[in-house]
Each structure stands twice: as structure tokens, then as C-alpha cells.
Design a protein around this ligand. Structure first.
Ligand code: FES
Length: 161
């Protein structure tokens, strides 16, 4: 597993917080995904060995939680809320606008490699829908015009790299 030295350090540290090593499965998976962007091939076996458990126990956790990604994503991660409050205020149109702006479908890497758009469950800001998260940043009341502005911002930031 090709992880940054600081991630490996954090992993060893996190394991010490749990009397039962297996309880560290979730935190370890989060740390790996944060480092790599997704859970690369070999994660299941690596984590299982690290925690002294069976690979199937890790695999069950990976496949149970939708936030774990087994495939790479674009450089920026866009999540659009699809739950009721946001759907009623136009979340589906917002999502379509973003897909058009980046010429991509859901859960794909856009042709420029810049984004992956996911349509997700509630992002916990139901009174200010439609809600969009770009990486860790929450955007509220994202109508089509605001979605276009967000897309323009992402594209502008990409040219500065
Ligand atoms: S319904 Fe969209 S944030 Fe809760």
C-alpha cells in the first residue's frame, strides 16, 4: 500500500485508541481514502492484516458504507443532495446543470479529469437547498445560475494549477 508516511503514522496511532483492534476498521479506511482519494486495490487485505482480522470483515464495511469509493475520482469531488428538501427546491436541475457544465455523467471522471459528480443523500443543511458540496465546502441555495458560477470557479482554479 502506497501511503504517505504521515498517514502510516496516523494509522498506527489510531489503532492504539481501541482496546479491540478491529474497532479501528472505519477510521483506517477513512485515513486511506483521505490520502489516496479512494480505496485502492489491496486495501481490504492490508487493513485486515494490520488489524489481525479476516479480509471479509473489512470488505463488509467497505461495501456497506456508500462514502467509501473503490474507484478513483476526479481532482474535485462534487456532491449534490438529492433528498426531499433539496429535490423540492430544484436539486435535480442543479445536478443536471453541473453534469452539462463538465460534460460528464454521475459517478464518472469528467473528460478533463477535473471532477466527479455524485448525487447523494442529505448533506444536513435541509433549510437551504439545493445544497452542493465541493470537496469540503458547502454551497447553499444552488440554483442553475449558482451551479454555473461554481463550475466556472472550478474551471478557473484548474487553469491556475
Ligand atoms: S435534504 Fe438536502 S441537505 Fe438535507
Amino acid at each position: 500500500m502506497n501511503l504517505k508516511p504521515e498517514t502510516l503514522q496516523q494509522i498506527d496511532e489510531v489503532i492504539t485508541h481501541y482496546p479491540q483492534k478491529r474497532s479501528a476498521t472505519l477510521p483506517l479506511l477513512h485515513l486511506i481514502q483521505e490520502d489516496v482519494g479512494h480505496l485502492p486495490a489491496g486495501t481490504t487485505e492490508w487493513v485486515a492484516e494490520k488489524l489481525g482480522i479476516e479480509p471479509i470483515n473489512v470488505y463488509e464495511v467497505i461495501t456497506f458504507y456508500p462514502m467509501f469509493r473503490q474507484q478513483p475520482i476526479g481532482r474535485r469531488h462534487i456532491r449534490v443532495c438529492r433528498t426531499l428538501s433539496c429535490a423540492l427546491t430544484g436539486g435535480y436541475k442543479t445536478c443536471d446543470t453541473l453534469k452539462q457544465e463538465f460534460n460528464t455523467g454521475l459517478n464518472e471522471i469528467s473528460p478533463d479529469g477535473e471532477v466527479t459528480i455524485e448525487f447523494v443523500e442529505c448533506l444536513a443543511s435541509c433549510g437551504t437547498g439545493p445544497v452542493v458540496m465541493v470537496d469540503d465546502q458547502l454551497h447553499e441555495k444552488v440554483d442553475c445560475a449558482k451551479a454555473k458560477a461554481i463550475a466556472a470557479q472550478i474551471k478557473a482554479e484548474a487553469t491556475q494549477r
